[in-house]
Design a protein around this ligand. Structure first.
Ligand code: DP6
Length: 332
C-alpha cells in the first residue's frame, strides 16, 4: 500500500428525503437536529474511482471529466483525510467521479457522490468498514450521503454525537414500488447551498416547532412505508416538505428556492390528489419538484406532468439499492 497505487471503484444512488434533514447542531460533522427518512433513486447514480498514489503530491478530483478545485476539492480532500487517518497512511489520492444525470439537473449529487467516495476510498486503503461506519463516514462529507450507503427506504437516526448519528435500511427496494417522478423546472445552479440553509435554520421562529414534532412525523412515515399505505405517506410527506420550506422562508435572511413553475406543479398535484389520483409532492433545497405515486399510476402521472407549462423534463425513478463496489456488494 505504501509503495504502489491502490484503487477501488464504487457506485451509489442519490436519495429523496421523505422526512427532511434541515438544520444541524454540528455543521462540521453534520449532526442533524432531527432524524430523517429517504428512498434511494435506482435509475440515477454516481460512479467514483479512488486511487491512492505515492507519486501524487496532493489530492486531485475530476467530476464528469472536469478538474475541480477550491471548496469542491477541499470537501473531497477532508473526507480522504479521515480515511487516511483511519488507515494510518499519508498518501494523496486521485478521485474520478461521474454522474449519470447531468450536474445542474437539479438532482443533488452530493449524497450519491460522498456515499460512493466513502466506499471506494475506504476499500482502496484496505479498510473493511461495516455499513454503520461507512454511513458515519459518508455523513461527514454531506449529511444526506449517510442515507445513500444503505438500500431502499432508509432512516437516519439523528443521534447527538459522531458515534450515534448514522443511517440504516428500514425496508428493501422491492418492498414497495413507490415511484418518484422528478420534475425539472430549472437547470440553474441553486442560489443558496444546503450547508448555508442548515446553519440559518435556527434563525426561523418555526424551526423549534418543526423539530419538536419530527418524531411524530417520522413514526407516521415509517408506518406508512411498512404498510405500503400511500395516503398516509402522502399527507406526512407534503406536510414535512411544507414545514421545511416554511422554515427556509422565515430564516434570516429568507431562503426562497421555488420558481413560479414550482408552484404550478404543487397546485396541479394537490388538485389531482383531491380528485382521487394517489399522488403527492416533496421539494428539496431547489426549485424542482419530486412527485411521488404508486407504480401502477406512474405512467399517467408522468404524462400529466409533461403537459404542464414550464416543465423541462420528467425523470421517472424507482426505489434503489445500496452503495456497491464495482466488483461486488458492500457486504458480500
Ligand atoms: C433539503 O445533505 O445536502 O435535501 O450536509 O450540508 O451537505 P450538507 O447538506 P445536504 O442537505 C440535504 C437537505 C435536503 C433534505 C434532505 O435530504 O434530508
Amino acid at each position: 500500500m505504501k509503495t504502489k497505487t491502490a484503487k477501488a471503484t464504487a457506485t451509489a444512488h442519490p436519495n429523496i428525503a421523505l422526512i427532511k434533514y434541515w438544520g444541524d447542531f454540528d455543521s462540521n460533522l453534520h449532526i442533524p437536529v432531527n432524524g430523517s427518512i429517504s428512498m434511494n433513486l435506482r435509475e440515477l447514480f454516481t460512479r467514483t474511482s479512488v486511487s491512492f498514489d505515492p507519486y501524487l503530491g496532493h489530492d486531485q478530483f475530476t467530476l464528469d471529466g472536469r478538474q475541480v478545485s477550491g471548496s469542491g476539492l477541499e470537501r473531497v480532500s477532508s473526507l480522504l483525510e479521515r480515511v487516511r487517518q483511519m488507515a494510518g497512511i499519508t498518501i494523496s489520492a486521485s478521485v474520478e467521479s461521474h454522474n449519470n444525470f447531468p450536474t445542474g439537473s437539479g438532482v443533488a449529487s452530493s449524497a450519491s457522490g460522498f456515499a460512493a467516495l466513502s466506499l471506494a476510498a475506504s476499500k482502496a486503503t484496505g479498510l473493511d468498514l461495516d455499513e454503520k461506519s461507512l454511513s458515519r463516514l459518508a455523513r461527514t462529507g454531506s449529511g444526506s450521503a449517510c442515507r445513500s450507503i444503505l438500500k431502499g427506504f432508509v432512516e437516519w437516526q439523528a443521534g447527538s454525537s459522531d458515534q450515534e448519528s448514522y443511517a440504516y435500511s428500514i425496508a428493501p427496494p422491492e418492498h414497495w414500488d413507490l415511484v418518484d417522478c422528478i420534475v425539472l423546472v430549472s437547470q440553474d445552479e441553486k442560489p443558496f447551498s444546503s450547508s448555508l440553509g442548515h446553519t440559518l435554520a435556527q434563525t426561523s421562529l418555526l424551526q423549534s416547532v418543526r423539530v419538536a414534532d419530527a418524531p411524530r412525523r417520522l413514526r407516521i412515515c415509517r408506518n406508512a412505508i411498512f404498510n405500503s399505505d400511500f395516503d398516509a405517506l402522502a399527507n406526512v410527506v407534503e406536510l414535512d416538505s411544507n414545514l421545511m420550506h416554511a422554515v427556509m422562508l422565515t430564516s434570516s435572511p429568507s431562503l426562497l428556492y421555488w420558481h413560479p413553475n414550482t408552484v404550478t406543479i404543487m397546485q396541479a398535484v394537490q388538485s389531482w390528489h383531491k380528485a382521487g389520483l394517489p399522488v403527492c409532492y416533496t421539494i428539496d433545497a431547489g426549485p424542482n419538484v419530486h412527485v411521488l405515486c404508486p407504480g401502477d399510476v406512474s405512467g399517467e402521472v408522468a404524462e400529466r406532468l409533461k403537459q404542464l407549462s414550464g416543465v423541462v423534463k420528467v425523470l421517472v425513478t424507482h426505489p434503489g439499492g445500496p452503495a456497491m463496489l464495482e466488483n461486488g456488494p458492500l457486504n458480500p
